[in-house]
Ligand binder design. Structure first.
Ligand SMILES: [Zn+2]
Ligand SMILES: [Zn+2]
Length: 237
């Protein structure tokens, strides 16, 4: 079974257990977006092969944020590929220390987040293999190796969270600003849910038709409108 799904001409979703990473093809080699949980690099590289690519051609690793399920495999990926790495400055403290999440991160209220947390997240550990990030990314910046891709700083889930907008293709790589596991919902963990909601609504103002997530299925149509509709009602926080 293939764990790679082609999202657009140059973008693939790589399903690695409970988390998705993404592979972007550029004129400057392959860009891996997120590296999955620790000790899943074999599965990650198999998914890269499923997408029809060679993991040795990964030249860049861009992290949406420093949580263990996205950055936990980063040190291994960098060691095996020699790729350059990129993240927002506000999560470097996590990545440089291999810390699963910032202090004060808590489970979103509600029965489903609680169950998901207990089943899938709690057992994931509190530390991972740390690594140094080569370049920091800022809000509004274009990725140096992929000038069509805009960085959107979107704190709340974690302070240094970024989403990535593929301008030409109208695709948002949403990271964990929310999830789409059992429909659109807040991420199971947030540092600050009110801030996460403000970030979500700001991201939803950008032009994109499709969105893909760190957890769950892609949205294929009207994705920015759906985010607005789902998260503009304050009673749902
Ligand atoms: Zn996260
Ligand atoms: Zn995550």
């Amino acid at each position: 079974m293939s764990n790679a799904i082609q999202i657009s001409r140059d973008l693939w979703q790589l399903k690695i257990g409970t988390v998705n990473a993404y592979l972007l093809k550029t004129t400057d080699g392959l860009v891996l977006i997120d590296a999955g949980w620790p000790n899943k690099t074999e599965a990650l590289f198999q998914a890269v092969r499923d997408s029809g690519h060679n993991a040795k051609e990964i030249r860049h690793l861009v992290l949406t944020h420093g949580h263990i399920d996205h950055a936990g495999g980063g040190a291994d990926v960098l060691q095996r590929t020699g790729a350059s790495s990129y993240a927002h400055a506000a999560d470097l403290d996590l990545i440089n220390a291999g810390k699963a999440e910032h202090l004060g991160t808590s489970v979103t209220p509600g029965i489903i987040p609680t169950i998901v947390y207990l089943l899938f997240i709690k057992s994931g550990g509190t530390t991972y293999k740390s690594f140094a990030v080569g370049k920091t990314l800022q809000d509004g910046e274009r990725l140096p190796m992929a000038p069509d891709v805009e960085v959107i700083h979107s704190p709340g889930h974690s302070a240094g969270h970024i989403a990535l907008l593929l301008r030409q293709e109208g695709v948002l790589i949403a990271g964990d600003i929310c999830s789409n596991v059992m429909g659109l919902g807040y991420s199971v963990l947030n540092e600050d849910t009110a801030l996460a909601r403000r970030s979500l609504l700001r991201v939803a103002e950008y032009p994109f038709e499709r969105a893909v997530f760190g957890h769950g299925k892609p949205l294929d149509k009207r994705a920015n409108e759906m985010l607005k509709e789902r998260f503009s009602d304050v009673r749902l926080t």
